[in-house]
Design a protein. Structure first.
Length: 324
């Protein structure tokens, strides 16, 4: 069995962090998978998703630049890594599913376009935007002040990150001093990495030990490292951490913080190349799906109601730049 398949064969009541609540499609005819020995949660992770769909809104579609309207497609980039429930693979091991693609589909429908999805490595998401290969990226991208110099953002979800540790680890994370001298993994190029690097530097300035930072791009790699004791914790998106805690039963959440660090609430956003002319259309489409209820249904389906936003913001304050 592939690692990808093993990850997608489980989904359970996501209450590990208090952010997530379980719910799903109650239709017994849907293709549902659950781990052996656990209750069937009713959440469809099969290839036939029967996604919640939207309808074109002419006034919002008119905000899309003429070039894109004539093309008729919206080219959307997403990370190829498997991070449930955000973006992962169905039980057929090839169909991409998750909350991010569901929200992207609603946006595309509202704009009256056809979605053209492509999965690439994390760093190539931004390369794709820079080269105009992608019109948008919807892949758990956090708004940061540095990214705002090159990209425009329309927010659609709150951003929180969590420290996942081996079950029974017996320690909690509230601030930099709690990770001093610990070996902690992150995915490179993420805001989690930026926060961890800054915390490590803060520890050194305070006379404490730095953080020994390890890098893993794949969930399976850090899961194995965590269970073997090669790392003390992994810092990643709260939804993914909660999913793994609930389904695997071998880890726990040691602490949770905003993805923007400090006292600022992080925001996840639809990302486009700066001045592409698309960000207002994205924000308007997101506001529409919030108002018509389809957005709430998607978040409820994937257990993410605790990360809902009331409206989309264009380029709000983001994770501050690293102090030089």
């Amino acid at each position: 069995m592939s690692v990808r398949r093993s990850i997608t064969l489980a989904i359970a009541t996501l209450t590990a962090t208090g952010l997530l609540t379980a719910c799903g499609n109650p239709d017994a005819s849907t293709d549902v998978a659950a781990p052996k020995g656990e209750k069937d949660t009713g959440i469809n992770i099969g290839p036939d998703q029967d996604r919640i769909r939207g309808k074109k809104v002419d006034s919002i579609a008119a905000l899309v630049p003429e070039e894109v309207r004539k093309r008729g497609t919206l080219r959307i980039g997403a990370s190829a890594t498997s991070v449930a429930p955000l973006g992962f693979y169905a039980t057929d091991d090839k169909t991409r599913i998750g909350s991010e693609i569901d929200i992207a589909t609603l946006i595309v429908d509202t704009l009256g376009l056809k979605g053209q999805f492509e999965e690439v490595s994390w760093e190539n998401l931004f390369v794709g935007l820079d080269s105009s290969k992608f019109d948008a990226v919807l892949s758990n991208v956090t708004v940061t002040e540095e990214r705002k110099e090159k990209y425009d953002f329309a927010t659609y979800r709150l951003d929180n990150v969590a420290f996942e540790i081996k079950k029974g680890g017996g320690w909690k994370v509230k601030g930099p001093e709690d990770v001093a001298g610990k070996t902690i993994s992150v995915a490179s190029g993420t805001n989690q990495e930026k926060i961890l690097v800054e915390w490590s530097e803060e520890n050194v300035k305070a006379g404490r030990k730095p953080v020994d930072i390890k890098y893993f791009q794949n969930e399976s790699d850090y899961y194995l490292a965590l269970q073997s004791g090669r790392i003390d914790a992994h810092l990643g998106p709260s939804p993914a951490a909660a999913y793994h805690v609930a389904t695997a039963g071998q880890s726990e959440i040691a602490g949770q913080i905003s993805g923007a660090g400090g006292d600022l609430q992080g925001k996840i956003a639809a990302t486009t190349k700066k001045d592409s002319g698309l960000v207002k259309a994205y924000a308007a489409a997101i506001d529409h799906i919030i108002e018509d209820g389809s957005y709430g249904k998607v978040l409820e389906r994937w257990g993410l109601t605790g990360e809902a936003v009331e409206k989309s913001e264009i380029n709000p304050p983001g994770l501050p730049k690293t102090k030089s």
